[in-house]
Write a protein that binds this ligand. Sequence first.
Ligand code: NAD
Length: 380
Amino acid sequence: MPFVIAVPNELAGGEKRVAAVPEVVQKLVKAGNEVRIEHDAGMSAYYPDRLYADAGARIAFTRAELLDGAQIVLRVQPPTVAEVDQLAGGTIIIGFMNAARNLEAVSRMRDRKITAFALELVPRTTRAQSMDALSSQATAGGYMAALLGAANCPKFLPMLTTAAGTIRPATVLVLGAGVAGLTAIATAKRLGAVVEAYDVRRAAGEQVRSLGARFIELEIDAEAQGGYARELTAEEKEKERQMVSAAVARADVVITTASIPGRRAPLLITRETIETMRPGAVIVDMAAESGGNCELTRPGETVQEHGVTIMGPLNLPARVPFHASQMLAKNLQAFLGLLIDRDGNLVREFSDEILAASLLVHDGVVRHGPTRDLLNGGGS
Ligand code: NAD
């Protein structure tokens, strides 16, 4: 049974990504599906309607036309309550859902019997790698963070030997060496900087070193379940702060990516540490959205404090929309491959471990325990 798959224009402020790119559309159409793209949905990512039409999509000029009879909706950002109300009961919607911050939309999806899969709930397992949108978008974000740091630094990053003298390379420090951090390290290395990095997970050290950067060792290993970091004890936090402060003070660019799932981002750079930094140094705080790794970060803003530029960019992947969309669309295509069986039918039960883990709402029930608890706690 072929499906009608709809791709809306993302309306959230600053969002330039799109959930499907022409290359993926072509494959979905070839498999017998009807793909509809809302007019100009790919425009901000530089995929004009013409390319989608060439790939076999139908361009829908209104939301009603887009969604009429659509069984599957592919998105980047969570739907608003108004957007949920546009969907017919039973529609399957797949995208980032950021449930804890969108409880009203989640409860509306529950009440309207929408089936929602949240990309951020896809397990970080080897089997799920091709659908790991957190990783693909963190790659785009980490790359962009390194470029922002370089562009706002008053120094060259590489060593230069010129007739006007020799320039010493800049030092870039990356705090948190997960997916985003490793991409930031690789990017800063390519730009010629001397790169240092730190993570509470000791296993990250090997990856950091393999990129040619120096790993700052601390006698802590805080790797917890699933490869994520656990929260540090008060004593460990103090040790970490002292060591991080010394590294921050000698850096020209600091990129912070440290995060702990479901919690406020750990505070790694205090006001006092900033006072010890070199004039002209730059901090790019990738954790701005979840509270910031730096005490003086203002989410969405760039501020100057004690001669240091502190950037708290939001939605960095949207600043590389062409490739971030391409990667996300491929993640979604792989996800659809689990949802639709070889005969082109929707799988009857969502018992596959990846589908089960990422199923947020189905059949009038919020399936994700922590979100259900938040809703029951009066969150909506
Ligand atoms: P994340 O965005 O949750 O956190 C970013 C980094 O911050 C992590 O490396 C974490 O250890 C670090 N961090 C947390 N607290 C810190 C502190 N106080 N100081 C310094 N660093 C701190 O992480 P992520 O990039 O989503 O990756 C999380 C884990 O999942 C990693 O181990 C990664 O290798 C793993 N992973 C596995 C797969 C897979 O197997 N398919 C895919 C992606 C990621």
